[in-house]
Design a protein around this ligand. Structure first.
Ligand SMILES: [Fe+2]
Ligand SMILES: [Fe+2]
Length: 177
């Protein structure tokens, strides 16, 4: 994606560029709405390619949560009296492509499982950063409803990330060695 950069290195804003925190928050919500919906499609592929039953179960459980997170974003749009809108999230698109790439580059079994965990944690960290920022904005803007929705999802993403670390440490990385 080519960015319009002027001679002094500053990026020229698009005609509809956000000039208010609220608009910037909504941009972030559109980005995450796309990302969560893309994950609803990507997670089953990762589960299918996992060998460890615990890893499969963990991905399947997070798929369920992810579907709820899509609904939560729709509710956050509603809290702002806006229709839910998805705008392609280049970062998540890249993370999902990377996940597919590393599955191709690993033999099924413990090594591919380790790769799936690594890719999933990158996804979770992106989500944690994004929902964390949205929560900060919602708090500043005194939108309690959106704030609670973001915090609820943020908690799930953090738990998912911690569970993946535990799983990697307890069985998968050792087997992959
Ligand atoms: Fe999510
Ligand atoms: Fe997640």
């Amino acid at each position: 994606m080519a960015k319009k950069t002027t001679a002094n290195g500053k990026i020229k804003p698009k005609a509809d560029a956000a000039d208010q925190l609220k608009d910037f928050m909504v941009d972030g919500m559109k980005d995450l709405y796309w990302a969560e919906k893309a994950l609803v499609k990507a997670l089953p592929k990762m589960s299918k390619n996992a060998t460890s039953k615990t890893l499969k179960a963990s991905i399947d459980a997070h798929l369920k949560e992810t579907k709820t997170q899509v609904t939560r974003l729709e509710d956050a749009f509603k809290s702002l009296k806006l229709k839910p809108e998805a705008v392609k999230c280049d970062a998540m698109d890249g993370l999902i492509k990377e996940a597919e790439g590393i599955m191709e580059e690993t033999e099924p079994g413990a090594v591919r499982d380790a790769a799936i965990i690594a890719a999933s944690q990158k996804v979770e960290h992106y989500e944690i950063a994004s929902y964390g920022t949205l929560a900060t904005y919602a708090k500043l803007l005194k939108n309690k409803e959106a704030l609670n929705l973001f915090l609820e999802t943020l908690k799930e993403e953090k738990t998912c990330d911690k569970d993946l670390t535990k799983l990697a440490k307890s069985e998968i990385n050792l087997k992959a060695k």
